[in-house]
Design a binder for this molecule. Structure first.
Ligand code: SF4
Length: 709
């Protein structure tokens, strides 16, 4: 390693690749980027986005100074105004009249302080996160099955598996370095089978032995069918079921009732019987199976049930807790997992505790020295913005995210913020669709300036280290939040460094753990007394990390012990449900949204890298050739797409990767970047009633040749 290099972590996807950054010109923020050979997530590899990080750290588009009503201000005035307005609204209308909407881009330390302020001291749980849109169904699935939000697997399980099933996951584009590990494993071991279950033929199919182009929304039914098949073919792990699980009989009965006979099951899933039979036979006969699932499962009105249908099959066959085996959710964001640790969702409390458990609330209150800890769930993302629209939430602080572009029914979100009494946005970017609506803008440090930790999708905590001084008057998010908290009159926010916060977070994770308050999975109490120099040098490590397992934990549940009251995993009885909104005569197509290989979220950073923009320079709508011909749509011509909720224009991309009757539009473009419109204005705001995750994969739409007015 170059002695002048700094080790840090990529700020994009949940793979969490390690980076070596070498500063070439500190004043101009010129830096050379390479993969960290030693980082266990990527061993030196980077994808196109990570490799071009150096192109995205310029002064361009940076928010440099606090602003109040469009005028430059100073920190003291801006922070005092935020504290006073929040205090006044709370005094007049109660704590639930205010809200925070935060982000999986935040570092764990930022996330921790935001949650402590809202849930611990304001006394409301109205803090939700854009991670609601990416992984909240997976969280619900794990909690129901395992009693805690615990991801059982590690990347090395991908290399040890004999069968990898990718379902609702285009890992080749969305988690590229994890996908490269699968590709390399397959090259080294041709016996490794890869199956892709996805309505689209994505780049992940390039290495697939079998692609099941499932009918959209039928994944729960398919895995119910697999459970029934395991029972029918006597390929269950009956010992594991009997010793380590509860609820199997009910789960199997529900699976058998929904699946019906095999031919009917295949027809309902839109699949050829021999393809489905092949998948089932491989799953049943292969000792080491990893099922990777992502937004295609989670972003559904029955996303939690789909997650549990997958987990059921792993429990039933004992394919969990062993090398090369397990259900493995891939989260989208760089620190979605860190947000889960600190209770970043409106329905969770810090350190994997529960808002509705009085013992947990009491414990957190004693730890924080607060008697006003929230004791009921707050509003999840869609409901939160609905409450702003309805006027019951009167002040919102949006941190490091762009909901006017990224939320479903995005025009409604925009209108809600336009009429909201008090909108604060902290961000490092000056020109997002959301910050344009803020009365107070607070400049936050960006990647390369921040100092803290993130946790990737295999539970690995890595350091993000500062490479440069912040531009302008930008400050760390934790500092901004702590300053407002102190000005609101709350004690307990006098942090001097991010290490102070990490220590507190670690101490809370171990506080009275394994006591009468119940055993929790998340525990990093080994770091409760970490010194500053140890924090600075912290190597990547997978939690739990306790005094007795200080080397971290590669894999969970190897001892067959789970985090439920009984210590046994719970099978869930799944009754599959299709998407809520189905195509009809006015809106006959199914719109699916998702990521491109070379862009990240609303492109505030990746659009600054010329190389990345060349992949797809503007929003395209993918459509099957038969549909395009029938509608007179020409390749790269302009089409108008409409739903019940909104409309946009997009260039037509005619491709066999789409099934007839379906469209795909990337999620990235914003009003700031394209006059064609933003796809989330069309997306229905239907959510999973258990997880609150929106059904972003299925909105009925129409499409036609664009006619200039
Ligand atoms: Fe960054 Fe994800 Fe690419 Fe790794 S795979 S370099 S974390 S975007």
């Amino acid at each position: 390693m170059n002695p002048n290099s700094i080790k840090t972590t990529c700020p994009y996807c949940g793979v969490g690749c390690g980076i070596e950054a070498t500063v070439l010109d500190a004043g101009q923020h010129i830096v050379s980027i390479k993969g960290d050979d030693q980082h266990p997530a990527n061993f030196g590899k980077l994808c196109s986005k990570g490799a071009t990080l150096g192109d995205t750290v310029s002064l361009e588009n940076r928010l440099l100074y606090p602003e109040i009503n469009g005028q430059r201000s100073d920190w003291d005035s801006a922070l005092t105004l935020v504290a006073q307005r929040f205090n006044r609204i709370i005094a007049e209308h109660g704590p639930d009249a205010v809200a925070f909407y935060v982000s999986g881009q935040l570092l764990t330390e930022d996330y921790y302080v935001a949650n402590k302020l809202m849930k611990g001291f304001i006394g409301s749980a109205n803090i939700d996160t854009n991670s609601r849109l990416c992984m909240s169904s997976a969280v619900t699935g794990y909690k129901r099955a395992f009693g805690a939000d615990m991801v059982p697997c590690s990347y090395e399980d991908l290399e040890q598996a004999k069968l990898i099933v990718l379902v609702g996951s285009n890992a080749a584009w969305c988690h590229p370095i994890a996908f490269q590990r699968i590709r390399r494993a397959k090259e080294q071991n041709p016996a490794l089978k890869v199956v892709v279950i996805d309505p689209r033929m994505t780049s992940s199919c390039d290495i697939a032995d079998l692609h099941l182009a499932i009918k959209p929304g039928m994944d729960g039914l398919l895995f119910n069918g697999l459970l029934a098949y395991l029972a029918e073919t006597d390929t269950l792990d009956q010992d594991f079921i009997n010793t380590h699980c509860v609820g199997f009989a009910e789960s199997l009965a529900a699976a058998q009732a929904s699946a019906g006979d095999f031919a009917q099951l295949a027809a309902n899933c839109g699949l050829a019987t021999h393809d489905l039979a092949q998948l089932f036979a491989w799953f049943a006969s292969t000792s080491k199976v990893v099922t990777v699932y992502s937004q295609g499962i989670n972003q559904s009105s029955s996303g939690s049930d789909k997650c549990n249908a997958i987990i059921n099959c792993h429990l039933a066959s004992g394919k969990i807790g062993k090398p090369g085996s397990g259900p493995f959710s891939f989260t989208g964001q760089p620190n979605a997992m860190g947000g889960r640790e600190v209770g970043g969702l409106a329905n969770t409390l810090a350190a994997h505790m529960d808002l509705e458990n009085p013992l947990h609330v009491d414990r957190v209150g004693r730890f924080w020295g607060s008697d006003r800890v929230a004791n009921q769930q707050g509003l999840k993302a869609v409901d939160l913005f609905d409450a702003i629209a309805a006027g019951s939430i009167k002040a919102v602080w949006i941190i490091a995210t762009n909901p006017v572009a990224s939320m479903p029914d995005a025009d409604k979100v925009k209108r809600a913020l336009q009429q909201c009494e008090f909108v604060v946005v902290s961000d490092c970017i000056a020109n997002t669709d959301t910050i344009a609506l803020a009365q107070v803008k607070l400049p936050a440090s960006g990647w390369g300036e921040k100092d803290g930790t993130v946790t990737n999708l295999e539970r690995r905590i890595s350091r993000q280290r500062p490479i440069f001084n912040p531009y302008g008057e930008a400050r760390p998010d934790w500092w901004i939040i702590s300053q407002v908290a102190s000005r609101m009159g709350f004690a307990g926010f006098a942090y001097q460094t991010s290490a102070d916060i990490f220590r507190e977070h670690a101490a809370l994770s171990g506080f009275e753990n394994n006591s009468e308050y119940g055993k929790r999975g998340f525990d990093i109490s080994a770091f409760a007394d970490i010194e500053q120099d140890q924090y600075d040098a912290l190597p990547p490590i997978q939690w739990p990390v306790t005094k007795t397992s200080s080397a971290g934990s590669v894999r969970l549940f190897g001892d067959g012990q789970f985090y439920t009251d009984t210590g046994k995993a719970r099978f869930m009885a799944i009754v599959p449900r299709g998407p809520v909104n189905q195509p009809d005569i006015d809106y006959p197509f199914i719109l699916n949204t998702g990521r491109l290989r070379d862009q990240w979220h609303t492109m505030t950073r990746t659009a600054l890298a010329a190389k990345l923009n060349s992949h797809r320079p503007e929003p395209l709508v993918e459509i099957h050739p038969d549909d395009a011909t029938r509608l007179g749509l020409k390749h790269l011509g302009l089409a108008q797409i409409k739903s019940h909720w909104g409309e946009m224009l997009a260039r037509v991309d005619i491709t066999l990767s789409q099934q007839p009757g379906s469209l795909f539009v990337p999620m990235h473009w914003t009003a700031q970047l394209s006059s064609l419109g933003r796809v989330n204005a069309l997306v229905n705001p239907v959510v999973d009633p258990l997880s609150g995750q929106p059904e972003s994969k299925q909105t009925p739409v129409s499409i036609e040749v664009w006619q200039p007015k």
